[in-house]
Design a binder for this molecule. Structure first.
Ligand code: ADP
Ligand code: ZN
Ligand code: ZN
Length: 816
């Protein structure tokens, strides 16, 4: 008898054994997908990770239903890496598999399918089965796998669906609709009836009396002689020093024709610039130090000021790898950053850059997956957010983790709750690849690892072009309110600085950390604040839609006209978010063009790009935003950054609050003055003397590091202790309270290390589920593997208690 061992895309820790025929056994390889029945009537796409002849003893192996692949689509490197993630982060291998694969490669019986809009289908090219599915979708907008099984009257429908997805006929239903189309740029070319190499004499002759038009044509020849890049309308009109009306006349005469290209695709067309990048002396030195460090160490931390030109150093390092045909992975904390970076990298590497992140459709992700698998030159460099770590690399030589301190590298929910930086280091190890971590404000952990020689350390202490760091001015809010030097939330100092910047045609960024400081509605008579019915939080006021909304579960209601508690109509808004800041701003600077960047204005695939584009193009003068602004965006005309209130970040109940505040303030401040002129930063705070704020002002990273390190040792936190956080959830308040107490007691009796809790978190109910947390602190000196085994055992005995079985427990290793 012949068997395969498979992973199912379910939260199951075990692998499962299925039967195959002898012929199938010889055909299949690890890393191929098979469709298997599971449970009563469900079908799943499973992954083969082993083949053998050992019959399972506990159950009777079912037969597989279908083999989906002709060759492996998952590499052995990936399987090993996924097993490491499951074991280190204490989750099911099925969770990792499900999280790693683009959903189009993971059809299951629940999947809903619909027809792709706005594509023309060549009906003749469909097989009979494919046509039947296609036809059914002309009558109803979506189908379940079950429906398709009925329509085709057979069980094995996954291959048909997969083919239809590949042929762009079908899409999975969950795909987000694209709301914003990427910006199209208008280009011109000579009408197809002309040929650049002949007959131009005639053309110019015919324009002899139309001098202005002739000038445009001449400018066009000039530009196209220089390089083969497409010529935009704007560029042509500017070069000819002409007007678009004259160009329009030429288009009407059919001498030129215009066409559009999506802005982010432009670099695909031309050749990448002959490498014009010259490193400065400081960059050159850092570059060599990194290379030297790589001869003895696997990981190097590049600690360089904001705007010191770290990206250019990454580019040089990548360039070295390309010649050898190896693959490079470039991880970013935030997909919002990809457009800017992809643009920068494509200038050097042309079409060798692939992009991978969750806002891409599953078809786009499948395409990149295949390119990486085939080691296609089109995906030799992959830029992506943390999930790019799961791609089928077979030949990695370098992983860059940019802004390595960012907490978005840690996945919170659902499992696997992995840290992409740490998982990248493990992945690199399998490939014998090097890892470069980069940041202006490294995480305490990474800097500690560098200090203790676990990582190499390279520092750049000057900005590129010797631009000065911005001058930082602190405004004492207590004093300003007392002296009535405030207009709304704006101090006179900040208003004057904005006025000065605007008068010079410079741009301004205002930073408002919205978390924990959202606008709410309060009754002035009884003090009632409307709460979410399902979560333990106040509803947030959104003026734009005149709604109250819950940021945790999405619940929304119209803004009440009277208090639900005492019926008073005296309601007032309290607290301030980005929206209110923007509104006050418009009142103070009625002529300035303002924009806002936060979770509400950046929905949709191109939400970020839209705002970043308009700020870059200077259609927006003052940009108000949340933490998204802190992440490595490069704007050259920003001379002023205002931090509306530094205190909200500082006093978060979290052991990383000071570290994060330092990072956030230093990073937003770093957006100011990136070209010749020194920039300015105004920080408004009630505590100008507070240590972290002082450290930001002095750009004293090491001071911050030492102070925090000292605290971490005393209070038993990373890097001295590893933190595992258990989160228990249930709709029954008493049950979760008792259950968490039970688990806490068992844990503290069986572990010889600090166990804290069970704690009621600041937000102790979300979507009607009550929450308790338990924190386990494992000293670095204790082997983590055996501790995890003990924890796992206790979790199993917890599950075995009948009344606690329904409590959900989430394990977060290296809680961030
Ligand atoms: P960082 O990532 O360290 O904050 P960047 O890589 O964004 O810094 O560089 C800051 C600015 O300086 C960017 O506008 C970049 O284009 C420019 N720059 C950096 N190095 C060079 C170089 N060697 N040649 C030309 N421009 C550079
Ligand atoms: Zn809610
Ligand atoms: Zn009231």
């Amino acid at each position: 008898m012949f068997f395969v061992e498979v992973i199912l895309p379910l939260s199951l820790a075990k692998t499962f054994t299925y039967r195959v025929t002898e012929a199938e056994f010889h055909f299949v390889k690890n890393g191929m997908r098979v469709v298997v029945p599971f449970g009563k009537s469900k079908m799943y796409t499973a992954l083969i990770i082993d083949k053998h002849q050992n019959e399972p003893t506990l159950y009777e192996a079912k037969e597989i239903d279908q083999i989906l692949d002709e060759k492996p689509i998952v590499t052995q490197f990936q399987i090993t890496h996924w097993q490491w993630i499951a074991s280190y982060y204490m989750c099911a291998i099925g969770d990792v598999y499900r999280g790693a694969m683009p959903s189009a490669l993971l059809l299951e019986s629940e999947t809903i399918i619909s027809q792709k809009q706005s594509v023309t289908i060549e009906e003749a090219e469909l097989t009979d089965d494919e046509f039947l599915v296609y036809q059914a979708l002309q009558h109803q907008s979506s189908l379940r796998i079950q429906d398709i099984i009925a329509i085709l009257n057979k069980k094995n429908v996954f291959p048909v669906i997969q083919k239809l997805i590949n042929k762009q006929v079908l899409v999975l239903h969950e795909e987000v609709q694209e709301l914003y189309k990427p910006k199209l740029v208008r280009y011109v070319r000579l009408h197809s009836k002309y040929d650049l190499n002949s007959g131009l004499g005639d053309l110019l002759e015919s324009l002899k009396s139309a001098t202005k038009q002739r000038e445009i044509v001449l400018a066009y020849f000039q530009l196209s002689a220089k390089d083969k890049q497409p010529i935009s309308v704007k560029q042509l009109v500017e070069t000819a020093n002409s007007s678009s009306a004259i160009l329009k006349a030429l288009i009407e005469k059919q001498i030129f024709e215009d066409y559009f290209i999506q802005e982010d695709r432009v670099n695909f067309i031309g050749n990448p610039q002959e490498n014009t990048l010259e490193l400065s002396v400081a960059q050159q030195e850092a570059f060599h130090q990194i290379q030297t460090s790589f001869t003895t160490q696997e990981v190097c931390l590049l600690h360089g000021l904001t705007s010191s030109g770290k990206t250019e150093i990454y580019i040089k390092l990548i360039e070295e790898q390309l010649a050898s045909g190896k693959q490079v992975l470039y991880l970013l904390p935030e997909i919002a950053l990809t457009t800017q970076l992809v643009g920068r990298l494509r200038t050097y590497f042309g079409d060798k850059v692939g992009v991978y992140h969750s806002k891409y459709s599953t078809n786009e992700r499948v395409e990149l997956w295949k390119q990486v698998l085939e080691q296609s030159p089109k995906a030799q460099i992959v830029i992506g957010a943390r999930s790019a770590l799961f791609l089928p690399f077979s030949n990695l030589s370098l992983i860059v983790v940019d802004e390595e301190h960012e907490q978005t590298f840690k996945q919170v929910d659902p499992a696997p709750r992995y840290h992409a930086r740490d998982a990248a280091i493990v992945l690199a190890n399998y490939h014998k690849a090097k890892v470069l971590l980069g940041s202006a404000t490294p995480s305490i952990e990474s800097y500690f690892n560098a200090q203790s020689n676990k990582y190499g350390l390279v520092e750049i202490t000057e900005r590129y072009g010797n631009v000065q760091l911005p001058e930082i001015e602190l405004v004492d809010l207590k004093d300003s309110y007392f002296r009535k030097k405030m207009t709304g939330h704006f101090s006179t100092t900040l208003i004057e600085a904005i006025t000065a910047a605007l008068s010079l045609g410079e741009q301004v960024i205002l930073f408002q950390n919205r978390r924990g400081y959202s606008p709410i509605i309060e009754c002035l008579t009884c003090g009632n604040v409307p709460q979410c019915q399902q979560c333990d939080v106040s509803l947030t006021y959104h003026q734009h839609k005149n709604q109250l909304r819950c940021h945790y579960c999405g619940y929304a209601m119209a803004k009440p006209t009277q208090c639900h508690s005492c019926s008073s109509i005296d309601l007032a808004t309290k607290g301030f978010g980005t929206e209110q800041i923007e509104q006050e701003l418009q009142a103070i600077f009625p002529d300035a063009k303002t924009g806002r960047m936060d979770q509400d204005t950046t929905r949709g695939k191109f939400g970020f790009e839209k705002i970043i584009d308009s700020f870059k193009n200077q259609e927006i003068q003052i940009l108000v935003g949340t933490q998204m602004l802190a992440k490595g965006l490069d704007f050259n005309n920003v001379s002023l950054v205002g931090i509306m209130n530094a205190d909200t970040m500082l006093y978060h109940p979290d052991f990383r609050a000071f570290e994060r505040s330092f990072q956030m303030m230093t990073q937003v401040a770093g957006r100011a003055g990136r070209s010749e002129k020194q920039g300015k930063v105004v920080i408004q705070t009630y505590n100008p003397e507070q240590n972290t704020i002082q450290q930001v002002t002095r750009n004293d990273y090491v001071g911050m590091y030492k102070e925090q390190l000292y605290d971490r040792q005393i209070y038993k936190y990373p890097p001295y202790f590893r933190i595992i956080r258990l989160t228990l959830k249930h709709r029954d308040f008493d049950k979760v309270k008792e259950g968490s107490m039970w688990l806490y007691q068992v844990m503290s009796q069986n572990l010889t290390m600090p166990v804290l809790g069970p704690e009621e978190p600041p937000i102790s109910r979300i979507r009607n589920e009550y929450i308790r947390t338990i924190l386990i602190k494992i000293p670095q000196t204790v082997p983590i593997g055996s501790t995890k085994k003990t924890i796992q055992k206790m979790l199993m005995s917890f599950e075995a208690v009948p009344q606690y079985r329904s409590i959900k427990v989430a394990v977060n290793v290296d809680y961030y």
